[in-house]
Design a protein around this ligand. Structure first.
Ligand SMILES: [Zn+2]
Length: 409
């Protein structure tokens, strides 16, 4: 059989298909053609990947990519393709008023597959300097449901942020309205958890398939609730089918919380970045960088890949087509090198830790097209410049977490 692309000799890690071993992967007409112990082609392009790790294309279920129309959105296309991410989900930058612009100007032109949650706030996350739900009049379940129904391929669910800074005096009301919108159209909900709103009051309202993001945040009202052990309500929610997403960001990944939770066997279901202008080049950088932090906390490579592929696909309800390498499915593939050495990683509070393994992107295949990180550096520099420009206007984000001087533990 003749192929367009033949990737030879990599160690395939595909938890969704239960595959872990050395295989060749062939691509034809933008889809996975074949996976086998030895495929000989001919192929128009053959790439040897001995010693490298080949996985399904990674899915980042929490980022902010509505660049130019929200204060903290980044131009993420090149950055995704340079780091193994073939699908990126915006966690509620658009609301019902501006989701059409998101579709036309961001999602449709992108090479990366871009999906979104629609914020229950009609204005989405337009202005990161104010809480989008301080004014409850911005919450409009009917119209939110209506746009999700209009663009179901793009809009995968409803987003709400439930912290005191985002909701002001409105307590749990934004969440109630977000659930109402989600029920109207039969989609999932992603809820940002944060200080100032009791976690139990959020969790008790979540339904099977809903997603809690920022599960390892270290501010008040987190999964440890000031103690040492993960609170029972968290386990109860997981038992019901609620997903727990990492959502690193500038304020929501705390080494101490993550370490305590992981030691107790409480792993996130999904690893995501929460990339935006404030988190982009420090401390998040990319999804592989975030995943490397989890890896160095003692979670296996297999589990880390599960959380960035099949689990992420399940959390967004797309595991029928994404998150695994299946002949006939779109050829979204990531290739990494597992580097060994001494690496410094930083959490959202400025705490630094050494790690001895790092997942480094080698190449990305998106719908059959090969992207090399080196070829995307110019575009990534532009992304960085735009973030610097916007930060010069906004200053620190609203409610920025207090950072210690970076220190090594
Ligand atoms: Zn976010």
């Amino acid at each position: 059989m003749s192929y367009d692309l033949l990737l030879k000799g990599a160690t395939v890690v595909d938890p969704g298909q239960g595959r872990h071993g050395v295989y060749d992967v062939a691509v034809a007409a933008g889809v996975i053609a074949e996976i086998g112990e030895r495929l000989d082609g001919p192929a128009r392009q053959t790439i040897r990947l001995d010693g490298k790790i080949l996985t399904p294309g990674w899915i980042d279920i929490h980022a902010h990519v509505y660049a130019g129309a929200t204060t903290f959105g980044i131009k993420a296309d090149a950055l995704c393709l340079a780091t193994g991410v073939t699908t990126v989900v915006d966690a509620g930058s658009p609301g019902w008023t501006n989701v059409r612009g998101f579709k036309e100007f961001i999602a449709d032109p992108a090479r990366t597959r871009i999906l979104t949650f629609v914020h229950i706030s009609s204005i989405g996350l337009l202005n990161s300097m104010r809480g989008e739900m301080e004014d409850i009049h911005n919450a409009d379940p009917e119209r939110t449901a209506q746009v999700i129904e209009m663009w179901p391929d793009l809009c995968i669910g409803v987003k709400v942020r439930q912290g005191r800074l985002q909701v002001g005096e409105n307590g749990i009301e934004p969440l109630k309205r977000a659930v109402e919108a989600a029920e109207m159209v039969g989609v999932r909900l992603m809820v940002h958890i944060d200080q100032g709103v009791p976690l139990s009051s959020v969790l008790e309202r979540l339904r099977p398939g809903d997603i809690v993001t920022h599960c390892y945040h270290g501010k008040g009202d987190n999964i440890l609730n000031g103690g040492e052990t993960v609170v029972p309500e968290v386990y109860e929610a997981r038992k019901r089918g609620v997903f727990f997403d990492l959502g690193h960001g500038a304020g929501s990944f705390h080494y101490e919380v993550a370490r305590k939770a992981i030691r107790q066997g409480f792993y996130s279901d999904v690893i995501s970045t929460d990339l935006h202008i404030y988190s982009l080049f420090d401390p998040v950088y990319s999804l592989p960088e975030t995943a490397s932090k989890v890896l160095n906390l003692g979670v296996s490579l297999e589990e880390v890949v599960r959380q960035t592929t099949i689990n992420a696909a399940r959390a967004i309800g797309r595991d029928d087509t994404l998150g695994a390498l299946i002949p006939g499915a779109v050829a979204d593939i990531a290739v990494f090198e597992l580097k060994e050495g001494e690496f410094v990683f930083t959490d959202s509070h400025g705490q630094q830790e050494m790690g001895n393994r790092k997942i480094e992107p080698v190449l990305t295949v998106r719908a059959g097209t090969v992207y090399h990180p080196a070829d995307l550096q110019g575009e990534i520099e532009e992304t960085r410049q735009r973030a610097v420009e916007m930060k010069s206007i906004t200053g620190l984000p609203f409610g920025a977490v207090k950072k210690t001087e970076p220190r090594l533990k």
